[in-house]
Design a protein around this ligand. Structure first.
Ligand code: ACM
Length: 589
């Protein structure tokens, strides 16, 4: 090679093999130098892809301190250019990326694909591309001679953020959305309401936030320990705050799916409006964790109330989906209430338990009438007693089997099994793990997650899931926040495991072809430095920093192997109500 020749090619494995990775192909052509982002660099975009191009430009301007040129037409000049080109032949949600010394070209057939391409491009420029301001005079560079074709395996690549148990300030929600986008995740389900707090401003029912948005104190560690902090906790988002979150997410290619959880998980709403409850008694916002027996009175009046709330929700959120909850609904208070038992009979229901499905079915039809698709947790779907409109998406959290049953009944499904992708569950089994609850989900475990594992298919007797009338939309990781009481604690639980989840749901690589060692190597070498540059306080691969531990705060670990041995795929996970309506298999720390 002549002395003045191009730099030798980087070894492809030394690429910041993106997290998620390139699915289709990555090719290196020799003799192309790096693309240097400099003062004359311009961004050119097809109008349809503007949001992605503008986000890449803004992020790059922050990181470099430069002001880049901007063109939305086809004008050609000799400036080095990053172009976002519309190309109908690229797979939906996917992109191609070509890099050379003078030009970088991202092509996509839709803005979602352009967002993914933009985020890959940002990754390729290294950790400094993730900072908000330049830290030295060295320009950002993108390796040249790269040609990649990449597209997602799943259309729903989601993460649930529980802002009800612990309120997350708006600033941190915006940051979390950016981090989701940086990992090619495209759905953030915002769990806005629960027993311990109501976070959505309703103008029609202001007591929901006046009363329901804060609690007197909080449990510290598992509820079983009975320890409280004596410190009020609260917060809520105004409708404008949420419109801002929605718009910010859209600018990053992320859809925010709002969740209003009914008819269980409602103590905050019942505290605000006791007439919504079965007992019509004064009530306080719940201060402890675990599953509450206080559920809504499933009356016409309650339905009308929540239809009003959902109208406000649909006004603020533009997502095609609205989540209605439906998980963990003990019915002991319904059974004990003669009026409610009579109402079930008047509605022609076989049992008072069927009020669960009929209540959610009614709200789901309201959401459909509003032009959106309802999303429910899987308990709302009862095989053989399904009252949900067909448009309803079922999120399977208690395991894969119920998800397959919902697909067989014609519902589209998002797989979110707590056995695999609950990221509030403990990331390690060492003594230093902070407030260790739930199953052990190590980074490597999460990277072995399968949205449709062979064991679940076999148990459900399904040989061709593609032939079921409902389809697999994708998968979702969950971040419940009973024990994630700050943005720092959330970072620790989410990262880097969310990167492993993102890798899996983007690439769709069969588990027996997945190279988890290589993933971990890339993560450590290329991706953790990016997260560090953002300021993410991730869990180090070797375990928590001393300041990330919570000595003396009790968790409640569960043993997945033991539960699997006892129950198989269908019998593990979630909460099972016994005949008296009392929980027997309680989750939630
Ligand atoms: C859930 O974890 N209760 C959906």
């Amino acid at each position: 090679m002549p002395d003045d020749g191009p730099d030798p090619l980087p070894d492809p494995s030394a690429l910041p093999w993106p997290v998620p990775g390139f699915r289709r192909a990555v090719v290196h052509a020799p003799l192309a130098g790096p693309f240097v982002v400099g003062p004359t660099t311009a961004v050119r975009t097809a109008p349809e892809l503007t949001a992605a191009a503008a986000t890449w430009k803004r992020q790059t301007e922050d990181a470099t301190g430069l002001t880049l040129g901007w063109e939305t037409d086809d004008a050609r000049d000799d400036r080095p250019t990053v172009s976002f080109v519309l190309d109908a032949t690229v797979a939906p949600g996917g992109y191609t990326l070509r890099t050379g010394a003078d030009a970088v070209v991202v092509t996509a057939s839709d803005v979602a694909g352009a967002h993914a391409g933009a985020q890959t491009l940002r990754q390729l420029a290294g950790p400094r591309a993730f900072r908000r301001a330049p830290v030295d005079g060295t320009p950002l560079t993108v390796p040249g001679g790269l040609s990649a074709n990449d597209d997602p395996a799943h259309e729903w690549r989601g993460v649930l953020l529980d802002v009800a148990r612990h309120f997350l300030p708006k600033h941190d929600v915006l940051r979390f959305v950016e981090l989701a986008a940086a990992h090619h995740l495209n759905v953030v389900q915002l769990h806005l309401t629960d027993d311990q707090g109501w976070r959505f401003e309703s103008r029609r029912y202001p007591r929901l936030t006046e009363v329901g948005s804060w609690r007197r104190e909080s449990g510290v560690g598992t509820w079983r320990a009975g320890v409280f902090d004596g410190r009020p906790h609260g917060g809520f988002y105004t409708q404008d705050d949420l419109r801002e979150v929605v718009a910010h997410a859209r600018a990053h290619g992320v859809t925010v799916v709002p969740e209003i959880d009914v008819p269980g998980h409602v103590e905050a709403a019942v505290a605000a409006y006791p007439e919504l409850g079965t007992r019509k008694q004064p009530h306080e916002v719940r201060t402890t964790w675990g599953i509450s027996t206080e559920v809504l009175d499933p009356s016409e009046e309650t339905l009308a109330f929540f239809r009003d709330v959902l109208d406000e929700v649909m006004d603020v959120f533009d997502a095609p989906y609205v989540a209605l909850g439906g998980d963990e609904v003990p019915i002991a208070l319904w059974r004990a209430n003669p009026d409610i038992v009579r109402r079930a009979a008047d509605l022609g229901l076989d049992d008072v338990a069927d009020l669960h499905g009929s209540f959610l079915g009614s709200l789901a039809r309201h959401v459909v009438a509003g032009g959106r698709r309802p999303v429910v947790w899987d308990e709302a779907f009862r095989p053989g007693h399904d009252t949900l409109p067909r448009e309803t998406v079922v999120t399977a959290w208690r395991g894969w089997t119920v998800g397959l049953q919902a697909m067989a009944a014609g519902h589209d499904v998002v797989m979110a099994p707590e056995q695999a992708v609950y990221l509030d569950h403990r990331a390690g089994d060492g003594p230093d793990e902070p407030v260790p609850v739930g199953f052990l989900h190590t980074l490597r475990d999460v990277h072995r997650f399968e949205p449709l594992p062979a064991g679940a298919l076999a148990e459900a007797g399904v040989t061709d899931p593609g032939a079921l009338p409902g389809k697999l939309l994708g998968a979702q990781a969950e971040l419940w926040t009973e024990h994630l009481d700050s943005a720092r604690r959330l970072d620790y639980a989410a990262f880097p495991r969310l990167a492993a989840f993102a890798d899996v749901v983007w690439t769709g690589q069969p588990v027996d072809e997945r190279d988890t060692d290589a993933f971990v190597e890339r993560l450590e070498r290329d991706h953790l430095p990016r997260l560090a540059a953002v300021g993410v306080e991730f869990r180090p691969l070797a375990g928590p920093h001393p300041w990330q531990t919570r000595p003396g705060v009790a968790g409640h670990p569960r043993d997945l192997a033991a539960e699997l041995a006892a129950g198989g795929f269908g019998g593990v996970g979630g909460w099972v109500e016994d005949s008296s309506g009392v929980r027997t298999n309680e989750v939630g720390g």
